[in-house]
Structures are given as C-alpha cells and as structure tokens.
Unconditional design. Structure first.
Length: 167
C-alpha cells in the first residue's frame, strides 16, 4: 500500500467529498454513454477506483470536476470498446407495464442521442453538467476554440433536427 503525502491526503479527502456530493451527476454522465443503469454504475465505480489510485496526478484541487469527468469519459469509452454491445436503436418496443423515466422533451433526448459522440459529450457537459467551456476543454483534451466550434455545430444540428421533427 502506497503512503500518501499530506497534500495527497488532502486531495483524496476533497475528491471523496466531491464524489459523494455529485454522485448523481457522475452517474448521469456515465449513463449518457451506455444508456444502461448497471453498466453506468460499473463505469462510475471503476472511475472512482482509478481516481483514488491516481490522486497524485491531480495537480490542482480546484480542477477536481474536469479531472473526474475526464476519467469517467475515458472509462466509459474503454467500457464500450471492450463490450461492443452498444448500438443505438430508437425503435424500442417498450413494455407498458414497466415505468420508465419520463423526459419533458423526448424529441430533444432523441436528437441528442443521434448526435455524433464528439458533439453529444460537449452538449451534455455544458448544459446538463453545467461545465464551463474551459473545463470541457480540459476533460476532452481540446483547445477551448475547438470546444466552442463543436458546441455551436452541435446546437445547430440539434436545432435542425428538432425543426425537422416538427414538420
């Protein structure tokens, strides 16, 4: 077992507090990749384990949010690659006897699911996880201008998709 320095123990304590305070958001983010409760929980669990073992790579306590989201994103992508069972099927035959989460705007959810992953992730982080552009750039290892451009394109694609659905 590795001994942690005083600074690393402080980071670990802050990380644990962040995880507990934001567990629903972390789960939602993982779920946005796999659309399966059990798999999303596995991804969050793996991400927490990785983050705790790699706490020494966290340079600044103030960057916990983008750091943990980056770990979750990488774990989710790895999980999908390993399992190769995720195929988007929008023509689901839902059992009426089972209660599902209801969305206020199912058209928005469907349009979001149809976006390419590089756009979808940015929209989710910006509008559902309330991250700043600079934090998203950190999570995705991209330039802030690239993130702004992709966000703009994603919003235009969503707007076009939603306006096509209305017609």
């Amino acid at each position: 077992m590795k001994l942690l320095s005083l600074g690393e123990r402080k980071k670990e304590k802050e990380l644990k507090k962040y995880i507990v305070d934001n567990k629903e958001s972390l789960y939602r983010f993982a779920y946005s990749y796999v659309k399966n409760q059990d798999d999303a929980l596995d991804i969050v669990h793996d991400s927490i384990c990785k983050s705790l073992t790699k706490i020494d790579t966290l340079k600044d306590i103030g960057n916990i949010k983008p750091w943990i989201y980056k770990i979750i994103s990488n774990c989710a992508i790895d999980y999908i690659r390993k399992n190769k069972k995720y195929v988007i099927n929008n023509d689901l035959d839902l059992d009426d006897s089972i209660s599902y989460d209801t969305y206020e705007n199912i058209d928005l959810q469907k349009a979001l699911d149809e976006l390419p992953e590089k756009y979808k992730t940015i929209v989710i982080l910006r509008y559902f996880e309330d991250m700043k552009i600079s934090e998203i750039a950190q999570v995705l290892d991209e330039n802030t201008n690239t993130i702004k451009t992709r966000l703009y394109k994603a919003l235009n694609k969503l707007k076009l998709k939603l306006s096509d659905d209305e017609e």
